[in-house]
Write a protein of this length. Structure first.
Length: 226
C-alpha cells in the first residue's frame, strides 16, 4: 500500500531537521496526515530521504510547537483537535492578544497602520477570489504576526510563536468543519481591529480578546456537531 506520506516533498538539505519539520508541518496542515495519525521515524526518513536522526530532531521541533505529542512506547502522533485543547489554546491566545494589541497601539506609526490595512486588503482579495482555507488562514496569521512584532516585546512574540502552529491547525479544523461564519466576518473583524488600533481606542483590548474567544467558541461548537 502506498504511504500517505508520499506527497511530502523530498528534503532540500538546507538544515535537515528544520527541513523535516517543515515538510511534516506542511503535510499536517494539508490534511495528508490527520490529527491522531502516527508519525513513524522509519517511514518519514524514507519519504524525505534523510536520516532517522534528522527526522527525530524535526519531530522534536514540532513537539515544541505543540503539533505532535510523543509518549513512552506510544510513538509520536499528530495532536487531536479537541474541545478541551481548544479551550486551553484560545484562552491563552486571548490573554496574549490583549497585551499585543495594547502594546502595538502604543508603538504603531501611520505607516504601520497602513501596512496592517494592506494585510486586510490581501485577505479580502483572497476571499473574493474564492479563498482556499489554507491561504486565507495564512494571511490571517500573517496579520497577527505583524501585531505581535509591533508590540515590541520579545517574550510576548515568543509566546505567540509557541502556539502559532496550533492556532493555524485549530483554525483549519474550524473552517473545514463547515464554519462559514469565518468567511463572513474575517475581513470586517480585522478592519475593526486596525481602526481601533489606529485610534488608540480604549475598547481595542476587549475587541482583540473577543475576536479570539469568538473563534474558539465557533470551533468548539463545530466539534460538538461532529
Amino acid at each position: 500500500m502506498e504511504s500517505s506520506l508520499g506527497s511530502i516533498r523530498t528534503a532540500q538539505r538546507r538544515g535537515l531537521a528544520d527541513e523535516a519539520a517543515d515538510r511534516v508541518r506542511e503535510a499536517i496542515f494539508a490534511g495528508v496526515v490527520a490529527p491522531g495519525d502516527p508519525l513513524r521515524e522509519v517511514e518519514l526518513a524514507s519519504s524525505l530521504d534523510i536520516s532517522r536522526g534528522a527526522v527525530r530532531e524535526g519531530l522534536a521541533v514540532l513537539a515544541r510547537e505543540g503539533l505532535v505529542r510523543s509518549g513512552w512506547h506510544r510513538g509520536t502522533k499528530v495532536i487531536e483537535v479537541t474541545a478541551a485543547d481548544a479551550e486551553e489554546v484560545y484562552a491563552l491566545r486571548a490573554a496574549l492578544e490583549r497585551l499585543a494589541a495594547r502594546s502595538a497601539a502604543a508603538n504603531a506609526t501611520a505607516d504601520d497602520c497602513a501596512e496592517l490595512d494592506a494585510r486586510v486588503d490581501a485577505i479580502a482579495a483572497e476571499l473574493a477570489a474564492g479563498g482556499e482555507a489554507g491561504r486565507l488562514l495564512a494571511l490571517d496569521i500573517d496579520f497577527h504576526d505583524r501585531i505581535y512584532r509591533l508590540a515590541g516585546n520579545r517574550r510576548l512574540l515568543e509566546a505567540w510563536q509557541a502556539i502559532r502552529s496550533q492556532i493555524y491547525l485549530f483554525q483549519l479544523a474550524r473552517v473545514r468543519l463547515g464554519d462559514e461564519q469565518y468567511r463572513e466576518i474575517v475581513v470586517a473583524e480585522h478592519r475593526e481591529l486596525v481602526r481601533l488600533l489606529r485610534a488608540g481606542h480604549e475598547s481595542l483590548e476587549q475587541a482583540a480578546e473577543d475576536h479570539v474567544r469568538d473563534a474558539g467558541r465557533s470551533l468548539i461548537a463545530a466539534l460538538a456537531q461532529q
